[in-house]
Write a protein that binds this ligand. Structure first.
Ligand code: FAD
Length: 280
């Protein structure tokens, strides 16, 4: 997951599909995005290990592209023994990159487990496997929704990086200044590793609004208003989204962002259009 291999340093995130049609479609999406020579692909992991097998199965298929593929791994709700086993399995498969997270436990899904926060998971991975894995962790330019303050969240982020993470990927955001401010503050706390902006292409207003409320990403009023005005005109939403996100990406890169990580939602076209606008 080094940031040096590709000048733009893009990476693409997928979720494990749960239908045959979804699995088939993902192979085409993988190939279309692999042509852009990403630094890595990553595959999300369901809360409490609920997608453990599907995440691994998806990683296997995505890796057939020859591109490094990092499974996400969350610790909440898991015991150390389970995590140890999973790490061993990943090593056996030749996987050498991970995105390490605390995760969120859906209500009624049992206890917190033995590791409470992502910094403890990073420490655990380093204790168990040394330097075998390149580890990416999550960052929140607009603050994690449960954090008592931006300051405290930054301190927690710096602790997580110092526990042995190589790279951070941010939650998506629409305000470039939040990212620049976060990076500046993290540097002041001694974080030297790359902090790559997470980019969410805009394709569907209702889904975006729901996601954003849950993860604490702010949709600026002017974007909200414009998307609302388009109603169910999906072409107009896609065109506007492409323009807004392409401009955001350009601004981030011009301001020194070390790359871009796309939340593709298993679709190639919106990400490819944005890349064409900023690279082409
Ligand atoms: P942490 O870094 O542990 O932080 C969680 C909260 O605890 C924050 O408020 C933080 O300030 C606080 N905190 C951290 N450390 C401490 C400490 N030592 N003491 C006290 N407080 C502390 N979710 C999934 O379920 N599956 C995925 O695959 C997935 N992938 C993601 C990928 C990215 C790039 C991002 C940005 C998020 C992803 N998420 C995923 C969502 C993520 O699991 C949630 O945002 C979750 O609530 C926090 O996970 P974290 O690793 O950031 O937690």
């Amino acid at each position: 997951m080094s940031t040096q291999e590709h000048p733009l340093g893009v990476s693409f995130e997928f979720f494990p599909p749960n239908t045959d049609a979804g699995r088939e479609k993902l192979l085409g999406v993988r190939d279309a995005l692999a042509a852009r020579e990403p630094r890595f692909f990553s595959v999300t992991y369901g809360a409490g290990g609920s997608t453990q097998d599907r995440t691994l199965e998806t990683v296997r298929r995505v890796r057939e592209s020859g591109i490094t593929t990092a499974p996400h791994l969350s610790c909440i709700g898991s015991e150390k023994g389970q995590l140890r086993e999973l790490l061993a399995r990943y090593r056996e498969e030749g996987i050498d990159s991970l995105v390490a997270l605390r995760g969120d436990l859906p209500s009624g899904m049992g206890g917190i487990g033995e590791l409470r926060y992502a910094n403890e998971l990073v420490e655990f991975i380093r204790e168990e496997t040394g330097d075998h894995f390149e580890i990416a962790v999550a960052a929140y330019p607009e603050s994690h929704p449960q954090a008592p303050s931006l300051e405290r969240d930054l301190e927690n982020f710096a602790r997580k990086m110092k526990a042995g993470a190589n790279l951070a990927i941010t939650q998506y955001f629409f305000n470039a200044d939040a990212y620049f401010h976060f990076v500046e503050r993290a540097r002041a706390l001694g974080v030297e590793a790359p902090i790559v902006p997470g980019i969410m292409p805009i394709t569907n207003y209702a889904k975006l609004a729901r996601f954003s409320d849950a993860c604490g990403a702010e949709i600026p009023r002017w974007i909200r208003k414009q998307l609302e005005a388009y109603g169910d005109d999906s072409e107009a939403i896609a065109a506007f989204g492409e323009e807004v996100i392409s401009r955001l990406c350009q601004r981030l890169l011009d301001g020194g962002a070390p790359g871009l990580h796309f939340y593709t939602l298993n679709q190639a076209a919106p990400t490819l259009k944005i890349l064409d606008n900023i690279v082409g």
